[in-house]
Design a protein around this ligand. Structure first.
Ligand code: FAD
Ligand code: SF4
Length: 465
């Protein structure tokens, strides 16, 4: 595990929504960059789904060439300020760094964040921006959904010279980066800067456009778009299916975080979106979404208990965020499964009945399966429940588009080229994998751009012939 960054003081940060990790100073960044061995055959690059030339950008930081370092990163990654903050580097590039042998891998994420901040302040949006040239300039391509998959695909298509248009159903672009991940992990202005950069490449961004309803896929083809990338994500919350889920003050994490982030409920009454929660909050789940919900509720001044059915070792959330949540005072109730939400006579939550679990054999997910301990039932004294046990693929577009084939879990079916059952329609990101990570969604966006380019060229060749 790489050494963690300096952070805001715990006593301060639990009272505000400012960013927790403070980022490297120039001196710290150069010191960290000097530790890199500049391996001839760098393992870290193989761990990066978009294959950033990691040693090269680290070398440039060491030489004090921040703008060039950012240019190097942007050859492969259109959202470095985002990835530097939220990528699970400990499972990807950093996990493969040879310095793990000495238990001191390079903090690649922090260096990426450093390069993105200093590089942009030196060069603004001009870093690695190329204007559209060549024979693709008249060709229109569409991208549906503006999360990391859609943003990446649109940016790469624009860099290839296409007229790329991005359609987003919400009023702001960014997907989970803006409506899910809280301000204290990923400030909204950082995401907006990345979106502005992508717009500056020539991508036209249409918000409030729900594809399948405002326009259909057929409408887009009729309007002259030659290929379409669907990146509509996994925004449909899962529920536990236990009694009491319809009570007042039971939230899906999705609704809770959207109210907080996108509608700025945390600034109530300055912003008028209320978020009606009590004083004692149970958050159910063990991933990043559960950790984010817990830490938001904590910052609203609530007592927060995270309820997870496995042990800490199996938690899918990022290690750094588990540590942050612990430091901030989130209580953890491991090996605990909710079985019923209790309500008062007015229909408000007034307790959560749970049972204790023990771990048995390893299941399909590679983790030990939890089993109920008979007679272990107990009541948690809470007045609000936030459910963060996972999200399913967004069903709107798939339900409204004839001929777009899906799998039994609702993900869109694609071939090896990310093409769906409709010729010219490609898909990638969480909508084909189910809820996953930012960088994997970006990897899919990059691959889709290459495949769409090949497809469009082949179609145009056919037309000419
Ligand atoms: P999304 O980001 O979901 O974007 C899809 C977009 O499509 C949305 O903006 C949606 O409004 C839009 N859309 C949907 N339907 C339509 C339609 N019909 N027409 C037009 N637009 C439409 N991953 C990490 O790597 N690290 C983390 O720390 C991390 N933390 C997370 C915290 C939370 C709270 C959540 C919810 C997820 C987190 N993830 C994290 C997961 C990561 O954010 C997702 O894997 C990633 O955002 C998926 O990208 P995507 O582009 O496929 O979809
Ligand atoms: Fe540097 Fe580690 Fe990558 Fe080697 S594996 S180039 S030491 S970051």
């Amino acid at each position: 595990m790489a050494k963690s960054l300096p952070k805001q003081l715990i006593s301060e940060r639990v009272k505000n929504f400012f960013e927790v990790g403070l980022g490297f100073s120039e001196e710290e960044a150069r010191k960290e960059a000097q530790r890199c061995l500049q391996c001839k055959n760098p393992a870290c690059v193989k761990g990066c789904p978009v294959e950033i030339d990691i040693p090269a950008f680290i070398k440039l930081i060491n030489e004090g060439k921040q703008k060039e370092a950012l240019e190097k990163i942007k050859e492969k990654n259109n959202l470095p300020a985002v990835c530097g903050r939220v990528c699970p580097q400990e499972d990807q590039c950093e996990a493969l760094c040879v310095l793990n042998k000495k238990k001191a891998p390079i903090n690649i994420g922090a260096l990426e964040r450093y390069a993105s901040e200093t590089g942009v302040s030196l060069a603004g949006l001009a870093v690695n921006r190329r204007q559209a040239t060549g024979d693709r300039r008249q060709i229109k391509v569409a991208v549906v959904g503006s999360g990391p998959a859609g943003l990446t695909c649109a940016a790469d298509l624009a860099k290839m010279g296409y007229q790329a248009t991005l359609f987003e159903s919400l009023h702001v672009a960014g997907g989970v980066l803006v409506y899910g991940i809280p301000e204290f992990r990923l400030p909204k202005n950082i995401v907006q800067n990345e979106v502005d950069y992508i717009a500056s490449l020539g991508v036209s961004i249409h918000t409030d456009a729900l594809i399948g309803s405002t326009y259909s896929i057929e409408d887009l083809f009729k309007d002259g778009f030659k290929a379409i990338f669907v990146a509509t994500g996994a925004g449909l919350p899962q529920f536990l299916g236990i009694p009491g889920e319809n009570l007042d003050r039971v939230y899906s994490a999705n609704e809770f975080l959207t109210r907080i982030n996108l509608m700025k409920a945390y600034k109530f009454p300055e912003y008028s979106t209320p978020v009606n929660i009590g004083d004692k909050v149970a958050v159910i789940g063990g991933g990043n979404v559960a950790l984010d919900s817990s830490r938001v509720a904590l910052r609203l001044g609530k007592e927060v208990t995270l309820v997870y059915r496995r042990s800490e070792k199996e938690m899918p959330g990022r290690f750094e965020e588990i540590e942050n949540a612990k430091e901030e005072g989130v209580k953890f109730n491991f090996l605990t499964q909710p079985v019923r939400i209790l309500g008062d006579k007015d229909g408000f939550v007034n307790g959560l009945e749970c049972v204790r679990m023990e771990l048995g054999e390893v299941d399909d997910s590679g983790r030990r399966k939890p089993h109920e301990i008979k007679g272990s039932s107990f009541i948690l004294n809470v007045d609000t429940v936030i459910i963060a046990i996972g999200q399913n693929p967004n069903p709107l577009l798939t339900r409204l588009t004839q001929g777009l084939k899906t799998n039994s879990n609702g993900t869109i079916r694609v071939d090896d080229h990310l093409m769906t059952s409709i010729p010219g329609v490609f898909a990638g990101g969480d909508i084909i994998t189910g809820a996953d990570t930012v960088i994997k969604a970006m990897g899919a966006g990059k691959k889709a751009a290459v495949e769409m380019d090949k497809y469009v060229k082949a179609v145009i060749q056919d037309l000419k012939g």
